[in-house]
Design a binder for this molecule. Structure first.
Ligand SMILES: *[C@@H]1O[C@H](CO)[C@@H](O)[C@H](O)[C@H]1NC(C)=O
Ligand SMILES: *[C@@H]1O[C@H](CO)[C@@H](O)[C@H](O)[C@H]1NC(C)=O
Length: 312
């Protein structure tokens, strides 16, 4: 691994390249997979102007009548960094597609940078779902999606800030014709708030500053730290989630751990009708799955997501 994805997100080492129709951080469609992907076909596509994606399909998907679930993946990076095309994210999605035999769309949303307000990654994430929905009658621009996707089995997946993007798609309150989102997977969601919660969340000023800084640096200062996009616990519509199941991963050594835990508790106690699964990985750090792709804990995570997808 050439570099580690550091969860403290004051890293502005990535630069933005505008390449053709697609605006992307370092990487981009000219940045093909770094590891051979023998079991999966992929292609890089432009969904709408400025918003690209890498689409993955297992090579075993040859039966013309067999439809597969689609997982829509939103990478993390504090809203301001990383890319669907970076090796750790590409490898992770590849492993998931291979193990779960599903199709994946890894969304290259535009980052919140000096050129774009924080609403851009959220709006682009929504535009990607609208684009997927445009295929539901078999008439969309992308044949793999027209032919192979089971539109009744769509799952959203995100890690870190990408989990916030996935959750913000307000499944249920905004319907997209033809699309049934039946599950959401949140890996180490970047949930935070103005005040410490529970007994374990850090109170130390430096750790609070780290959590606050992610949101504020991305342009969230004017929205405040108790906006539902970063603090879903205060969302009065928390229980309106319109999918039937949610899977949340938390990591034992992650400062965002407790918020993930309390989010699951809130879903359970606030009258949400779906099923919530919580998986804690003790001793692990934020987004360990990207840094340790071959570890047992990452493999366990992949299998857990695979079974979630296949029971979608
Ligand atoms: C996914 O991984 C599990 C555990 O290693 C394995 O049992 C299963 O066969 C794998 N599935 C595929 C399709 O590779
Ligand atoms: C994002 O979408 C919202 C709601 O449609 C809109 O008000 C806002 O202007 C959009 N942001 C950008 C930067 O386009």
């Amino acid at each position: 691994m050439a570099f580690k994805l550091v969860p403290c997100l004051f890293l502005f080492f990535l630069f933005t390249i505008a390449s053709g129709d697609c605006e992307t951080a370092k990487g981009g469609p000219d940045y093909p997979p770094q590891n051979p992907k023998p079991d999966v076909n992929y292609k890089d596509i432009t969904m709408v102007k400025g918003v690209c994606a890498r689409l993955y399909i297992p090579k075993t998907a040859t039966n013309p009548n067999q439809k597969l679930p689609l997982v829509v993946y939103y990478h993390g990076g504090a809203f301001v960094s990383f890319s669907a095309f970076l090796q750790p994210h590409d490898d992770f999605v590849y492993s998931l597609v291979k193990n779960s035999s599903t199709i994946a769309l890894s969304v290259e949303y535009r980052l919140a940078t000096s050129n774009h307000p924080l609403s851009v990654p959220f709006n682009d994430s929504w535009a990607a779902l609208k684009w997927v929905a445009s295929h539901s009658s078999g008439q969309g621009p992308e044949e793999w999606i027209n032919k192979k996707v089971d539109f009744s089995r769509i799952v959203l997946l995100g890690d870190s800030a990408g989990a916030n993007l996935a959750l913000a798609m307000k499944v249920g309150s905004k319907k997209l014709k033809g699309l049934n989102i039946n599950g959401i997977v949140l890996i180490h969601p970047y949930f935070w708030g103005s005040k410490p919660i529970g007994s374990l969340e850090p109170r130390e000023a430096d750790k609070r500053a780290q959590g606050d800084g992610v949101w504020n640096n991305a342009g969230g200062a004017s929205l405040g730290l108790d906006n539902p996009l970063v603090n879903p616990l205060v969302d009065p519509k928390l229980a309106n989630l319109g999918c039937s199941k949610v899977l949340v991963f938390i990591a034992g050594e992650d400062i965002y751990r407790d918020r993930g835990f309390y989010y699951c508790e809130a879903l359970r106690t606030n009258g949400w009708k779906g099923k919530v699964e919580l998986v804690e990985t003790p001793g692990e750090k934020h987004v360990f799955h990207l840094n340790e792709p071959n570890s047992k804990n990452t493999q366990d995570m992949l299998h857990r997501i695979s079974s979630f997808l296949n029971n979608a």
